[in-house]
Design a binder for this molecule. Structure first.
Ligand code: AN0
Ligand code: CP
Length: 318
């Protein structure tokens, strides 16, 4: 595997799940696979889980790891071609990327959406430049429109906890004080549909996601109706995708916060969130602390999805 930015890159979903379960059974069974290979993780944005879980996964495979926080200690990078570089940016991405490629075998990139220009964000310019110019296999650690390592970990988590072959999975928008990307809900929808689960998406009007990711899901504007009979509730905030509202906050209505009364409408559903989460905005203390909350097992599975992706990339280097 030379790139990992979406569910399709992993191939058949049954194999992706089987690979993950094998890794989970013995994550130290491939300690020789990454010997003398170096992973470089490049962060344009903050991270707790992705940083730690991906580094741990690489260590499980015997790899060496270099972490670059672009905004802390590196030269400020220009991303646009044709710019006269007389401002504060000392280096161009078009030199920086092939230079990074010289020092490693695999590159992971985190580069969030800017949320001002939809076409620019949805062209995935930054990660595509890494794919084109680094000469190395490249994987997304959350790019502008997707977070596939999260989607894969969410899939593994549901496979572990589901009690029906085709569970009802509800992705619900919830309020948040700052504008957030659509990457996590886009990927969640994509991976759930790839697994052929019964996916319902609920959000206030105006928060429709890009159909390229959600085609095949049912949209329900009444959150309480959406929750009825659900097996898994996956909460997430995102900013608007549609038209002139792109990147905007249209609502902070706390009537959309996931609470115990709403969870009582479900079929004793599990609660999920990718974290970091703002308590009592997205979800109440009571629900996230309940024995149906999967937020910690879900985060633990980030190590497994990262190891599965790194293992496939290492195989492709042989
Ligand atoms: C980010 C987001 O919503 O995309 C990262 C989530 C994994 N969240 C925040 O910035 C709070
Ligand atoms: N879920 C997730 O990607 O968390 P971080 O932003 O902390 O990496």
């Amino acid at each position: 595997m030379k790139k990992f930015t979406c569910a399709a890159d992993i191939g058949p979903i049954e194999k992706a799940v089987a690979d993950a379960m094998r890794i989970k059974a013995d994550r130290f069974a491939w300690t020789g696979l990454g010997r003398n290979k170096t992973l470089m993780m490049v962060f344009f944005n903050s991270s707790l889980r992705t940083r730690l879980s991906t580094q741990k996964a690489a260590m499980n495979l015997g790899m060496n790891v270099i972490v670059l926080d672009v905004n802390q200690g590196a030269w400020k990078l220009e991303t646009e071609r044709g710019v006269i570089m007389d401002g504060d940016k000392a280096e161009h991405l078009l030199e920086a990327i092939p230079v990074m490629g010289c020092y490693c075998d695999i590159i992971g990139v985190r580069a969030f959406a800017g949320l001002t220009d939809r076409d620019d964000d949805y062209s995935e310019k930054v990660i595509n430049q890494f794919i084109q110019y680094s000469g190395r296999p490249v994987f997304s650690m959350e790019a502008a429109t997707g977070h596939p390592l999260q989607g894969y970990a969410d899939l593994i988590t549901i496979e572990e906890f589901k009690t029906k072959p085709r569970p009802k999975v509800v992705l619900t928008w919830a309020p948040h004080p700052r504008a957030l990307p659509q990457a996590v809900p886009n990927s969640f929808a994509q991976w759930m549909l790839a697994a052929d689960y019964d996916l319902v998406i609920t959000h206030p009007e105006g928060y429709e996601l890009c159909e390229d990711f959600t085609r095949g899901a049912r949209i329900e504007y009444d959150q309480r109706r959406a929750f009825e009979g659900a097996d898994f509730i996956y909460a997430k905030n995102w900013s608007a995708y549609s038209g002139d509202n792109y990147g905007k906050i249209l609502s902070t209505d706390r009537d959309w916060t996931v609470d115990a009364a709403k969870m009582a409408l479900t079929d004793n559903a599990y609660f999920m969130h990718c974290l970091p989460v703002r308590r009592n905005m997205i979800v109440t203390d009571e629900v996230i602390e309940s024995d149906r909350s999967l937020v910690i097992p879900e985060a633990a599975n980030r190590e497994i999805s990262a190891q599965a992706v790194l293992a496939r990339m290492l195989e492709s280097l042989k």
